[in-house]
Write a protein of this length. Structure first.
Length: 84
């Protein structure tokens, strides 16, 4: 099975609406969702062939202080025990 690359990041809460709007304008770049609303932690599932484009866009947001602490992590859906 070919799984997406998985990232998590903190998005500055005051900029989340703008961030999500811009991200969704890039069709098929990634699937994003809020993982922890209270801490404004987002998760992203990125097709491996689009990872370079995703990282480029996230670097843009990091340089503007909108995205903080972008981390590439193991895909949490790869663990069958994690998906219930």
């Amino acid at each position: 099975m070919n799984l997406c690359v998985y990232y998590q990041a903190h998005v500055v809460p005051q900029e989340a609406w703008f961030f999500v709007g811009v991200l969704r304008s890039f069709e098929h770049l990634c699937f994003d969702r809020t993982l922890e609303k209270e801490r404004s932690i987002f998760e992203f599932f990125v097709p491996s062939e689009l990872e370079a484009s995703f990282v480029h866009l996230m670097t843009y947001f990091q340089n503007r202080g909108i995205v903080v602490d972008l981390k590439k992590l193991p895909n949490r859906l790869a663990d069958a025990q994690a998906v219930v």
